[in-house]
Design a protein around this ligand. Sequence first.
Ligand SMILES: CC(=O)SCCNC(=O)CCNC(=O)[C@H](O)C(C)(C)COP(=O)(O)OP(=O)(O)OC[C@H]1O[C@@H](n2cnc3c(N)ncnc32)[C@H](O)[C@@H]1OP(=O)(O)O
Ligand SMILES: O=C([O-])CC(=O)C(=O)O
Length: 397
Amino acid sequence: MASTVVNPGLEGIVVGETVLSNVEGDVGRLTYRGYDIHDLAEHATYEEVVHLLLFGRLPTYQELLDLKARLVARRSLPSGVVAMLHAVPRDAWPMDVLRTGVSAISHFLPHRPDGSHDTNIDAAIDLVAKFPTLVAVWDRLRRGLEPIAPDSTLDHAANFLWMRSGERPIPAAEAALDTYFILLADHSYNASTFSARVTASTGEDIYGAVAAAVATLAGDLHGGAPSKVMTMLEEIGLPEKAEPYVRALLGRGEKIMGMGHREYKIRDPRAAHLERMAKNLTEKSHTKWYLIARALEDASNAVLAEVKPGKPIYANVEFYTAPTLASLGIPSDEFTCTFACGRIAGWSAHVLEQVAHNRLIRPQATYVGPAVHPYEPIAARNARGNGAASGGAGSYN
Ligand SMILES: CC(=O)SCCNC(=O)CCNC(=O)[C@H](O)C(C)(C)COP(=O)(O)OP(=O)(O)OC[C@H]1O[C@@H](n2cnc3c(N)ncnc32)[C@H](O)[C@@H]1OP(=O)(O)O
Ligand SMILES: O=C([O-])CC(=O)C(=O)O
């Protein structure tokens, strides 16, 4: 029998096409619809990037005003969703609550989305607008505080900070979060986006596809990493302790979170912006996180070159996310939710793209279970006892 090549992680397998973003891992370049992430991070706003991803081009001034007005109009959650959140135990994990919240929003829609382009665009705007509100409302409820209503005079990033704290953010904080959302807005066929596309490919609506994406983002190998980076920074405590910490961690066979990437063979291009923001914000807030993170990256690069020679393991987007978001006053168990508030633009745009060119996504697996064998009546199974099934257990290569 001809042997089949099994590729469980789909490394290097091209499963689709996209016009939305391009990750050039060897040279460390990321572009959204042809615009370099460095240009967007330096010059654009998140709302402009949302327009770019959803409508195919950067907006004119009037188009930007129209999009902002649509976003502002959709920020508030249905009262039924807020009532549901009141019933959630306060120690629930914020990403679990976000996943449930996305699903809950769809219960209160006047109609189920019909899958048309216009309905999906409208739903995408609804989701981009409501994600920060969901995260901020849960942040306050779990702290025993009443939610704060969105402020229609504030832009997207500033309003998120406002709804969490009830204070007008300083310009540096607003600018940093806006840039963070831009950097995280899309990243080709990453795991959570792929998950959204798989779900959309079955004909499920955008709310279901996005709920699947939120669940996929939550894991430590993907969007869950920055909370673990924060844990490392806290455990290290002082920059000079970074190297022994890294040696001990690798000695136990563990991974350094925020390091390594499936696509990037050099440092993630987004890390430079996050590092700059982390440095700037931690200086302003007089915290030590940037200095520890910098020492940790240096120690990781040095020790990994020794213990994993030839393996390209460098800082990814999550590494300096930790000190950046911590300096904005965001607790580490809300980092992944904050990531999702940026990525919702990309997820939505990918769902629109999937729907427009849909083909059911359904790969194959090689069966390695027991060979075909007859059904055994329960009396025969009892007589045999609880040992191995009669056909054998099968085996992985
Ligand atoms: C937004 C994002 O999703 S960015 C990614 C966020 N995730 C993290 O930061 C978690 C830490 N990093 C990792 O686990 C990995 O680098 C991944 C999952 C992101 C990508 O890795 P993969 O392409 O699957 O490579 P894989 O995990 O097989 O690693 C290849 C080798 O590099 C090593 N390696 C990869 N990343 C790390 C790391 N962070 N620390 C230590 N070793 C690492 C592996 O141990 C493995 O070594 P081996 O061949 O000696 O066994
Ligand atoms: O592309 C990936 O595998 C992970 C990533 O960096 C992202 O989703 O931003």
